[in-house]
Design a protein around this ligand. Structure first.
Ligand SMILES: O=C(O)CCC(=O)C(=O)O
Length: 284
């Protein structure tokens, strides 16, 4: 039988059914609910993802950096402490030692539907590996049945076609002939290579809750640079559970040994600004 590592390389994604117990789902739903209330009452304190932002009127589809204070909820750390996510990550990334990159939470908008354009992550639109060897893995822990994500199968192993590249340049969400919807059940974990061309959409009011975690192999030479400032605040790491602490320490250690060039820093900041300003609103 094909190993998870080989399947992840070939397909660029893999669903692990029923990773979360009913009790974990309930606890995480409650944690996301608490976080969402905080974000909606003081959006300026968070890196919010919006479907609409015009003056006092806003609607959201998630929030970034949920291991940073004040977003952090103990349930987020517990899920990594549980060990199974990390074990799957070790397997698909083929390294026992991992680095943390970042973690977000996605939810459904309340009024203004969510629709994100076709893209590869990190602005790495030219990146592919013919063998599908990943530079990272994304883990989506689904708290509700979720069919928000669409991918173009095999696109992590080849250059984008001119038609795909034109869509992503135009920030378009138009259909692609062979796109595939990824269907997860509440409790499933999706593992994904974000060099797959992908987009997501979720109508207002369709329940959604995804804990999204990004990890890399310790030895990975690209990307990452996930030692965000919050991790270096005095006392922060000692507050984290041991597994998270180690993943973050690994990120810090690796980043200190591989500082970003000015070009990389500017590129990262530009991307982050672009994303912050984007309203991922469904077009009628
Ligand atoms: O909503 C999702 O599941 C995908 C989000 C996404 O593609 C991104 O944040 O780059």
């Amino acid at each position: 039988m094909e190993s998870n590592m080989l399947r992840f390389r070939r397909a660029g994604h893999l669903v692990i059914p029923d990773l979360l117990t009913r009790q974990q789902i309930e606890r995480l739903r409650a944690a996301v609910g608490r976080l969402r209330s905080q974000v909606e009452s003081t959006p300026a304190a968070f890196k919010v993802r919006y479907t609409e932002r015009s003056g006092a009127d806003f609607d959201t589809w998630g929030v970034e950096h949920v291991f940073a204070l004040p977003a952090y909820q103990d349930e987020f750390g517990e899920i990594l402490e549980d060990g199974r996510v990390v074990q799957h990550a070790r397997e698909v990334l083929d390294d026992d030692r991992l680095r943390f990159w970042r973690a977000h939470v996605y939810w459904e908008p309340r009024r203004v539907g969510y629709s994100l354009y076709w893209h590869r992550d990190y602005g790495e639109h030219d990146h592919y590996d013919p063998e599908g060897v990943p530079t990272h893995a994304h883990f989506n822990l689904c708290l509700w049945d979720d069919s928000s994500l669409r991918i173009v199968p095999g696109s992590h192993r080849r250059p984008l076609t001119p038609a795909e590249d034109a869509l992503r340049r135009a920030k378009s969400a138009d259909p692609i002939e062979n796109e595939q919807v990824i269907r997860c059940k509440a409790g499933d974990m999706l593992m994904m290579n974000a060099h797959l061309l992908h987009r997501a959409a979720c109508s207002a009011g369709t329940p959604r809750g995804v804990i999204h975690i990004e990890l890399q192999a310790y030895r990975e030479s690209t990307g990452g640079h996930g030692s965000w400032r919050y991790m270096r605040e005095p006392g922060f790491l000692s507050r984290m559970p041991p597994t998270v602490r180690e993943l973050m320490r690994n990120a810090i250690e690796w980043d200190d040994a591989h500082p970003l060039s000015l070009r990389e820093l500017t590129h990262g900041r530009r991307l982050s600004r672009e994303f912050e300003q984007h309203e991922a609103r469904e077009r009628s």
